[in-house]
Design a protein around this ligand. Structure first.
Ligand code: AMP
Ligand code: GLY
Length: 426
């Protein structure tokens, strides 16, 4: 089987790295890929949002299965485009991908399906939004409706801050069309968890719960990023709760989407806030998380292409999805300045040294090959991932590996996994 992985992040390197290990996979192409996917197979310079270009590439190169990593191609209809040309494609159709593509749509579906989530209202008119915010008071959360590259959410501590976020989206158009509608919602309090499930339209098989670290600095300080590290399993959501959580936040969505004629196939990712009154959904994603994918796939012992194909074909069974009992932890090494502007083209060294430990895999994100050199090309540069017998061992191995890797100004959080470790101690 020849597989095309779409995307260019750490998640896509982890997908390519895992897919090529299967005896059924003969080649993995990546579009556009990065320095890591170049080491697995071949990179082809087609943008991940260029659906006609990706279709032409898949036809031209005899691709048997397409695996989109990010949400944008799914929202743009890659599944329908590939399938109508007879090329199997993993993931939901554009309608179902709207669960991530439009926060207002996701809220409407959650309400229809009876999924617990923050109370909310949607607005296109700034005056109405301001009046609502003044009525409910702060803290309050303002979200641009559409895809805003992770920058569309403001958790406002004051009414003034929330009104500013509304003006930014609705008056100044900072997010373009993605911010032409805003969702204003109740601020929830609690610890966050990422709960992902493989879905085949009828059956959902949960993965082990993960915890991401969105803020740039230790102790969850500073601006939000795409994610600075992740680990699994996450003690905040122990395995004995998976079936109940799936029945609460995954299965109702699958039933609702099937009822609407768009059965959900692919990965449904619920971003949860574990509140004092139970888990509530902050958002849905329709794909693997990045960096959650890196520790998850490090622990997966089942055959990934077989699982993904079963999701598409409607033949998913829990027996396909098997995990190592070990813990996995990923530390993101970032370029200086991220999530703001940052330099590119800095030489990276020490990866082979870090990977001398068989428990360690360095997944590449913002990298590219420049002759024999590997250089940085993005904000999140590497996802240094380690397995261990328990979270503490995985953490120690991942940080020992980070210490061996160098590029100018490299920085990373030192506290990935600490919330899980403090729960283990209690
Ligand atoms: P989202 O893209 O909707 O997941 O939002 C990004 C981040 O903003 C989440 O991971 C949370 O940390 C925070 N957030 C979103 N919605 C809420 C909420 N209703 N209450 C508190 N924090 C939130
Ligand atoms: N790490 C969060 C996400 O992928 O959305």
């Amino acid at each position: 089987m020849r597989i095309l992985v779409v995307g260019s992040g750490g998640r896509e390197h982890a997908l390519a790295h895992t897919l090529i290990k299967s005896p059924d996979v003969s080649a993995v192409l990546a579009a556009p890929g990065n320095g890591g996917t170049a080491g697995v197979g071949e990179n082809v310079p087609v943008a991940d949002t260029d659906v006609p270009g990706l279709l032409a590439l898949a036809k031209d190169r005899g691709i048997d299965f397409v695996v989109p990593g990010p949400e944008a191609p799914l929202v743009a209809g890659i599944r329908e485009a590939m399938e109508s040309a007879g090329i199997p494609c993993f993931g939901p159709d554009a309608y179902a991908a709207g669960l991530e593509g439009s926060k207002a749509f996701a809220k409407e579906v959650m309400l229809a399906a009876g999924v617990p989530t923050a109370a909310y209202a949607t607005f296109t008119d700034a005056r109405a939004a301001r009046a609502y915010i003044e009525k409910i008071g702060a803290p309050v959360v303002v979200k641009a409706d559409g895809l805003a590259a992770g920058k569309g959410v403001t958790v406002a501590a004051t009414v003034a801050e929330a009104v500013e976020a509304v003006d930014e989206a609705l008056v100044r158009g900072a997010f373009g069309q993605a911010g032409a509608t805003v969702v204003v919602e109740e601020a929830l309090v609690g610890e966050e968890a990422s709960f992902l499930a493989f879905c085949d339209g009828k059956t959902a098989v949960p993965m082990t719960a993960c915890q991401d670290h969105k803020a740039i600095f230790d102790g969850d300080q500073g601006p939000n990023t795409g994610g600075m590290g992740a680990y699994c399993p996450a003690p905040v959501l122990p395995p004995e709760r998976y079936a109940a959580i799936s029945a609460l936040v995954i299965e109702p969505i699958m039933r609702e989407m099937a009822k609407r004629g768009h059965p959900f196939t692919g990965i449904l990712y619920a971003g949860l806030m574990m509140t004092a009154s139970g888990p509530k959904v902050l958002e849905y994603n329709v794909r693997f998380g990045d960096p959650e994918c890196q520790p998850l796939l490090s622990r997966l012992t089942g055959d990934l292409p077989a699982i993904l194909a079963a999701c598409r074909a409607g033949t998913l069974t829990p027996g396909l999805v098997r995990w190592s009992p070990r813990a996995a932890l990923c530390v993101v090494m970032a370029a200086p300045g991220y999530p703001g502007s940052y330099p590119k083209g800095m030489a990276i060294s020490g990866i082979a040294d870090a990977e001398a430990d068989p428990a360690v895999t360095v997944f590449q994100a913002g990298t590219r090959r420049d002759g024999d050199r590997l250089v940085t090309s993005g904000g999140r540069v590497l996802g240094v991932t380690a397995l261990g017998d328990g979270l503490a061992a995985a953490k120690a191995a991942a940080y020992a590996a980070c210490a061996k890797i160098r590029f100018d100004g490299a920085f990373y959080r030192r506290d990935i996994g600490d919330k899980g470790l403090s729960r283990e101690e209690n």
